[in-house]
Design a protein around this ligand. Structure first.
Ligand SMILES: NC(=O)c1ccc[n+]([C@@H]2O[C@H](COP(=O)([O-])OP(=O)(O)OC[C@H]3O[C@@H](n4cnc5c(N)ncnc54)[C@H](OP(=O)(O)O)[C@@H]3O)[C@@H](O)[C@H]2O)c1
Length: 294
């Protein structure tokens, strides 16, 4: 039996897991993705910024890394971007070429996730282009303009950050949850931050948006468990090759305080996301990925 899954990135929509994942009463059945049976849609916010790394100009960021791992598993994708059309197109070309044998349906959608109307349009486009709502939602898009001190943070900046980093995930979940409940299978992953725990290098507005995300995740995980929908977040810190942290020299002083002595990578972040997507028994968890940083 096919299941439908969406992942929003970032969001992702994955589909076609085994029947056993659909019925929680079925004991001990494998819940891992099967490349053979996967037919899914993944919606992502983005994350395909082009950053000049030390080696070459390349597609980077967390959303792009999640897209690769999903595509590799045969998940159809609905990818979102806000401004970086060239990068998202390059990402899609790369995914279609590298995972050609999976015959993926990948759509792209320009969305300002700070706008509930634009998210509504996104879902209408997904309905048309994929014929269903996402099974897996990875809400990854995020805004992180760095203003450290509260006295420098304008009220408008606080409101904008809360809209993009917190309210958007609320609206996105509303757009996928009925579909997930109806099929009794769903995976929701929010991209939080170590800022939710009081750490990091940004201001209190960013911390509030990510802390709110963690609270919403924990509430949703208890409300949605009976429908076999897991809800978790990943809380990274200092992930390089991203728009937020291009490289170590951009935050030299901070890198010196990371116990592991280096930045994390988008691929390592995607690894944790994929673990959550493929491990249905885990729900209500916020996983810090920080190289030991508190
Ligand atoms: N890098 C880190 O160390 C770190 C640490 C903790 C948490 N995070 C979180 O990880 C997530 C991904 O960030 P990243 O590190 O990969 O940085 P990034 O390269 O800056 O990615 C952010 C993505 O969000 C998209 N975006 C921003 N505002 C948007 C809006 N209003 N509507 C739709 N999309 C929007 C951007 O799309 P466009 O490029 O098209 O504008 C971009 O692709 C974010 O939620 C961030 O808060 C990152």
């Amino acid at each position: 039996m096919r299941l439908g899954t969406i992942y929003i990135l970032g969001r992702l929509y994955v589909k076609n897991l085994t029947a056993s994942t659909k019925e929680p009463s079925v004991p001990a059945a494998p819940t891992a993705f099967s490349p053979v049976n996967v037919s899914s849609v993944y919606v992502t916010d983005a994350a395909a910024a082009i950053v000049k790394s030390s080696t070459a100009e390349k597609l980077v960021a967390i959303g792009a890394a999640c897209s690769h791992q999903l595509a590799q598993r045969g998940v159809h994708l609905a990818l979102t971007y806000s401004s970086n059309l060239i990068s998202i197109n390059e990402l899609v070309t790369e995914l279609q070429s590298r995972y050609a044998e999976n015959k993926l349906h990948i759509s792209t959608h320009k969305v300002d996730v700070g706008s509930a109307d634009q998210i509504e349009n996104l879902f209408q486009e997904i309905d048309t282009q994929h014929g269903q709502r996402p099974d897996i939602l990875i809400s990854n898009a995020g805004y992180g303009k760095r203003i450290t001190n509260i006295w420098d943070i304008p009220l408008e900046e606080f409101d904008y950050m809360l809209n993009v980093n917190l309210r958007a995930s609320f609206v996105l979940v509303k757009g996928v949850v009925e579909h997930m409940m109806a099929q009794r299978w769903g995976r929701i992953v929010f991209m939080s931050s170590i800022a939710a725990y009081g750490g990091g290098i940004n201001g209190c507005h960013y911390a509030a948006s990510k802390g709110g995300l963690m609270g919403m995740m924990k509430n949703l995980s208890t409300r949605l468990a009976e429908y076999n929908i897991s809800v978790n977040d990943v809380a990274p810190a200092m992930i390089g090759d991203t728009g937020m942290v291009p490289n170590a020299s951009a935050i030299q002083d901070t890198v010196a305080t990371i116990p592991l002595g280096r930045l994390g990578t988008p691929e390592e972040t995607a690894n944790v996301v994929m673990m959550l997507v493929t491990t249905g028994y885990m729900t209500g968890q916020s996983l810090v990925l920080s190289g030991g940083l508190k």
